[in-house]
Ligand binder design. Structure first.
Ligand code: FES
Ligand code: FES
Length: 213
């Protein structure tokens, strides 16, 4: 896996937000067709793949080590479901189109843009948000380092950068180089220009970390 994880994940899955929504629309249409056939000629419809939508359906997500049940439409993104109804507002909707990284969370341990993943796609996978890394009383080493190294200004990008930096620290441990830290955070934009301090914070946190931890 390269250090450019969020964009790599999107490329690997061959998904754009537009294609995701197209897919969701097709699934919704398929569901509607299925239901109309179901109503008129129930016995003639062969058993097919399970469809859901276009209305809300039950979804069980594994978020920060907890099983969370939500009602969500198939078109809703992971970011939308995390923020409302789950009230995990650390991941930010800034561009909402896979360009800025403010919504970065981990999916099965890999950074992804939560605005570009459908909530239904996250079912059965491990979701980690910035709230799952630590809290003000018990911060993750990267969160503490961001405070110590003054790696934030307005804060809009910060939770996304923390998730990318923490991923790099976990992957490389004390061996994390500046180049690797920069590459890991290259999918996160900061209009306040905190990049040098972010890299400094990642390197400082890495010195206290175990590789793969
Ligand atoms: S809000 Fe998701 S990448 Fe910008
Ligand atoms: S701290 Fe303001 S956008 Fe990064």
């Amino acid at each position: 896996m390269s250090d450019d994880a969020p964009r790599e994940e999107g490329a690997r899955r061959g998904l754009t937000r537009r294609s995701l929504f197209k897919g969701a629309g097709a699934a919704a249409a398929a569901g509607a067709v299925f239901r109309s056939l179901d109503a008129s000629a129930k016995d003639d419809v062969p058993a097919g793949p399970r469809t859901q939508g276009p209305g809300k359906a039950k979804l069980t997500l594994q978020v920060n080590g907890q099983s969370r049940e939500v009602q969500a439409e198939p078109r809703e993104t992971l970011l939308e479901v995390l923020r409302l109804p789950l009230d995990l507002t650390g991941a930010k909707p800034v561009c909402n189109r896979g360009q800025c990284g403010a919504c970065t969370v981990w999916l099965d341990g890999t950074p992804v843009y939560a605005c570009s993943v459908l909530a239904v796609e996250a079912e059965g996978r491990k979701v980690t948000t910035v709230e799952g890394l630590g809290n003000p009383d018990d911060m993750h080493a990267v969160q503490s380092a961001f405070v110590e190294k003054d790696a934030l200004q307005c804060g809009f990008c910060t939770s996304g950068l923390v998730m990318s930096a923490a991923w790099a620290v976990g992957k490389h441990g004390p061996d994390l180089s500046e180049e690797q830290a920069r590459a890991a955070c290259s999918g996160n934009l900061c209009r306040c220009g905190t990049y040098p301090h972010v890299v400094e914070a990642a390197i400082a946190a890495a010195k206290t970390a175990k590789k793969g931890g």
